[in-house]
Design a protein around this ligand. Structure first.
Ligand SMILES: [Zn+2]
Length: 284
């Protein structure tokens, strides 16, 4: 059978343990030798009776889950594999309740799988963004309606939430993460960490970015004065990304602890960075 193309196909296809093991073993070892995770021996074979591998040298059996995010989980890989499909392909994310229903597991198990998967797809930040880059900071607040009365924001008339930073290469990848605050030094440190020197950098007029002009070709659009686009100078790409993030958080996760926010950002960033592929490709 060809690779599944939809969630329904994926759930059916990967409900067979042997299929899952073969799929994961191909990703892990490719066509090459399988390695024993205990002694490193390449003298490893798959048992005929169960989807488990055995090492001829140290005589130990091991499952494909060993050494992966699935290792300590009592859930079978026939639940894990479709769960991964869901996380990488649901544009607004998938709540643990929804995942629990789709896979017939408890919400608590689904929540743990969800977080493990998010951790696994965390963006590698070693690769710097280059070319034309937009940087922007924003606040992500939980829903006011969900707050305790004493913590509601409405009557203070000010925005409160967790500060987050987003940097996107036009036509390329995005990096987003939480910030300790929106103070200039934090913003500038993030830009320096994620953007290659000599990139063209667009931001809004916030003075926190001042001081980067020596390292980047920097230009700004002044939102405070109603200016949003001037030729190539705009921050629309990163603002589109923020609307994806906010839709995911408001629509799907609803109440996000600041502590977990980075993982949600990584999740949305992962889908964004593979946006050109179809569901099946993203999953692979
Ligand atoms: Zn071994």
């Amino acid at each position: 059978m060809k690779n599944p193309q939809s969630l329904l196909e994926a759930i059916r296809y990967y409900s067979n343990e042997t299929v899952c093991v073969e799929f994961l073993s191909n990703i892990r070892w490719g066509a090459g030798d399988k390695a024993c995770n205990r002694c490193g021996s390449l003298n490893v074979y798959g048992l005929r009776t169960r989807p488990v591998f055995k090492c001829r040298d140290c005589k130990k059996q091991f499952s494909i889950k060993v050494g992966t995010i699935m290792q300590d989980s009592p859930l079978p890989i026939t639940k894990w594999v479709p769960a991964i499909w869901m996380v990488v392909n649901c544009k607004n994310g998938i709540s643990s309740c929804e995942m629990a229903r789709a896979l017939d597991i408890t919400q608590k198990s689904a929540w743990h799988m969800n977080h493990r998967i998010r951790q696994a797809i965390a963006n590698g930040t070693m690769e710097k963004l280059s070319g034309t880059v937009e940087a922007d900071e924003t606040l992500i607040a939980g829903r006011d309606a969900n707050r305790h009365a004493s913590k509601k924001l409405g009557h203070f008339g000010r925005e409160v939430g967790t500060s987050v930073m987003g940097i996107v290469e036009r036509g390329g990848k995005v990096v987003s993460h939480t910030l300790r605050s929106q103070a200039g030094p934090h913003l500038r440190a993030s830009v320096r960490k994620h953007v290659a020197e000599n990139a063209v950098l667009y931001t809004d007029g916030y003075q926190g970015y001042n001081g980067l002009g020596g390292e980047y070709y920097r230009d700004t659009v002044n939102h405070a004065h109603g200016e949003y686009v001037r030729g190539d100078a705009h921050t629309n790409t990163i603002e589109n990304y923020w609307s994806l993030v906010k839709r995911m958080i408001k629509g799907t996760y609803i109440h996000v602890e600041p502590f977990h926010l980075d993982r949600y950002l990584q999740e949305q960033g992962f889908r964004y960075n593979l946006r050109k592929g179809n569901d099946s490709e993203r999953f692979q």
